[in-house]
Design a binder for this molecule. Structure first.
Ligand code: ZN
Length: 221
């Protein structure tokens, strides 16, 4: 067995730093001081990074930066939804690399527990090691996206095209595994029962909700 040369160790360390910096940049945009203006044609842009104000959101898709007046003529809604899918696909690449190459990041992911509360802008943030803060902030924002997607599901299935739904499904399957403690297994079970992929993922949010209710019951008893 050959051990890695010092150079390849340095390469990995450098790449871990670069990947972690990319996630940190995304997380920084999730706090009010780090927000960037919303581009006219959002692409790979996290439209849910900042707190959502219903007054400035599109009344069809509830995302900021544009306004559509009909669910059947809403290319801007589709662009906005796709921008979020692009953004999270980018996050998956960073998360996947760091999980495989950074013990600290992997530990932070494995120790993180998602709760239904975390979907809210007002939910508590945590302090701690950089990796823990990054994983916690990403999980909060991921749940916010899932919760938003659940809220617009009936419209989204009309706005999106068939291939879009497949991308949404793949990226959420992967992120459920990393950030929601393997909840993908549950959506696979739903797929076996013939529930369509998009719906299976949308149901995960209600599953977290039910878990939080039963937790409350346990604490109350
Ligand atoms: Zn819209």
């Amino acid at each position: 067995m050959t051990s890695p040369s010092p150079n390849s160790n340095n390469d990995t360390e450098g790449e871990v730093r670069r990947q972690l910096t990319a996630l940190l940049t995304a997380v920084r945009e999730m706090n009010p001081h780090g927000t960037k203006p919303i581009p006219t044609n959002p692409s790979h842009f996290n439209l849910l990074a900042r707190p959502l104000r219903s007054t400035t959101a599109c009344r069809i898709c509830n995302l900021p930066g544009h306004n559509s007046d009909s669910v059947d003529r809403s290319p801007m809604c589709r662009s906005a939804i796709l921008s979020l899918i692009d953004f999270w696909e980018d996050m998956v690449e960073h998360i996947r690399y760091l999980y495989a190459n950074s013990e600290r990041f992997k530990t932070a992911v494995n120790a993180s527990t998602a709760t239904y509360e975390m979907r809210l802008d007002s939910s508590a943030k945590i302090g701690g090691a950089m990796e823990e803060v990054v994983v916690h902030s990403l999980t909060r924002n991921y749940l916010k996206w899932q919760s938003h997607s659940a809220g617009i599901r009936p419209k989204a299935v009309r706005i999106l095209m068939a291939g879009d739904c497949g991308r949404y499904e793949r990226v959420t399957m992967t992120l459920n595994d990393f950030l929601l403690d393997g909840k993908t297994r549950e959506s696979f079970r739903l797929l076996e029962f013939g529930v369509d992929g998009c719906l299976a993922n949308w149901l995960l949010v209600s599953q977290l909700f039910e878990e939080s209710i039963s937790e409350e019951k346990v604490h109350a008893e």
